[in-house]
Design a protein around this ligand. Structure first.
Ligand code: FES
Ligand code: FES
Length: 156
């Protein structure tokens, strides 16, 4: 089947099978490797991407469903300049192995788009579908909160 999808601003005409999932098409046909292969059943969040600015588990989305829609992976966030969120993740050493990082960047980006100054509970809830096996989440949550606090600062 032929589908046309936009990934990080670039349009792709692809030949896919009816059962191909977006995760595999991104990694194998387009060469975008940031969505990670984890549980492949919607539990871990490592394959998270934005579909029309909303997070989805790309292991659960059929490629044919994405026809005409816009996919953003972490390669499309901060391509020219790192976002404040990405900078704070680096500054606060929020990640260790980094396997979860692309999905968490996208889930936190969605949260901050909707709620620029979230509280700790908001962040915990927004990231509840993204498993991290290394960090205990605190340095990740702290970075997201710090972005919100920055956005709330009043410039003299
Ligand atoms: Fe998709 Fe785990 S690989 S949610
Ligand atoms: Fe290793 Fe999150 S930093 S899984």
């Amino acid at each position: 089947m032929q589908v046309t999808i936009t990934v990080n601003g670039e349009s792709w005409d692809l030949d896919v099978a009816p059962a191909d999932v977006l995760l595999d098409v991104l990694r194998e046909q387009i060469g975008v490797k940031s969505p990670k292969i984890g549980c492949e059943r919607g539990d871990c969040g490592s394959c998270t991407v934005l579909l029309d600015r909303r997070t989805v588990r790309s292991c659960l989305v059929l490629a044919v469903e994405v026809e005409g829609h816009e996919v953003t992976t972490v390669e499309g966030i901060g391509a020219d300049r790192l976002s404040d969120l990405q900078e704070l993740f680096i500054t606060l050493n929020s990640f260790q192995c980094g396997f979860c990082a692309p999905g968490i960047v996208l889930s936190a980006t969605e949260l901050l788009d909707e709620n620029p100054n979230p509280d700790r509970h908001d962040v915990q809830e927004a990231l509840s579908g993204n498993l991290c096996r290394c960090t205990g989440y605190e340095p990740i949550i702290d970075a997201v909160l710090a972005v919100g606090q920055r956005s709330g600062e009043v410039t003299p």
